[in-house]
Design a protein around this ligand. Structure first.
Ligand code: COA
Length: 215
């Protein structure tokens, strides 16, 4: 979607930036990995198809995509240097429930193995949910996860307070859900309602200069 085409979110461990043409080659290399294809239930694409996908995701109002970059501890991040940081994954929202435009399905991938288990996945999800709540009016998030993917299920259930609402034997996956409620306060946090504290996230928003963006 175009809503976040100039938006960057600056967290403590990671940074979320729009998916740009400069990211496509690296993204396509990640998505040749059988492990990542299986864990994200994706099909491999050619490089040309990946460029088409990047362009269509930018324009498709049912999809919101950010690339996850690593933030070095204590690093000063500005609109000028943010895009130089290391690319480690992506986080997406799909607004594909046509009966409920305020509901979105989330997907997350920390593709670089060396960057896993450092809290980046958790922080990226929290930032994305807070962004969606505040800027896109989202009030419900779902996640569909393969039953094999115990680490991810653990992350959503125990660290983010999602609850399981269904299990598909055919697809061997569970659907987890989190209803967002409570007021948004000024520190970029969804809070004030019991159970919402697991989503707390402190981040800054930067507006990027369109002339620097290969959209
Ligand atoms: C699942 C994934 C996003 C987790 O990201 P991450 O940055 O490595 O995870 P975090 O460091 O933020 O983990 C936070 C918590 O989640 C749980 N968790 C994450 N990965 C886990 C694993 N492999 N095994 C068990 N628990 C795990 C733990 O509770 C962890 O807290 P801890 O490290 O203090 O024990 C990442 O491993 C990944 O991209 N995997 C491949 C794609 C995928 O499975 N996507 C999910 C589909 S929606």
């Amino acid at each position: 979607m175009r809503a976040n085409e100039r938006t960057a979110l600056v967290g403590e461990k990671c940074l979320l930036v729009p998916y740009l043409k400069r990211h496509v080659d690296h993204y396509n290399k990640w998505m040749q990995s059988p492990e990542l294809l299986e864990m994200t239930a994706s099909e491999p694409l050619t490089l040309t198809e990946e460029y088409e996908m990047q362009e269509s995701w930018h324009l498709d109002e049912e999809k919101c995509t950010f690339i996850i970059l690593a933030r070095e501890p204590g690093q000063v991040v500005t609109a000028e240097n943010i895009l130089e940081q290391k690319m480690v994954g992506d986080v997406n929202l799909f607004f594909n429930d046509h009966d409920d435009p305020h509901s979105a399905e989330i997907e997350i991938m920390i593709a670089e193995p060396d960057y896993r288990r450092k809290g980046m996945g958790l922080e990226a999800i929290r930032m994305m949910i807070n962004y969606a709540r505040q800027s896109l009016g989202t009030n419900k998030i779902t996640a569909k996860i393969s039953t094999e993917n115990k680490g991810s299920i653990q992350l959503f259930l125990t660290q983010l307070g999602f609850v399981q609402i269904s299990y598909s034997q055919i697809f061997e996956e569970v659907t987890l859900e989190k209803v967002l409620s409570g007021k948004v306060n000024t520190s970029n946090t969804v809070g004030e309602t019991p159970g919402q504290d697991m989503l707390q996230s402190h981040f800054e928003t930067l507006e990027l200069d369109l002339k620097d963006l290969d959209l």
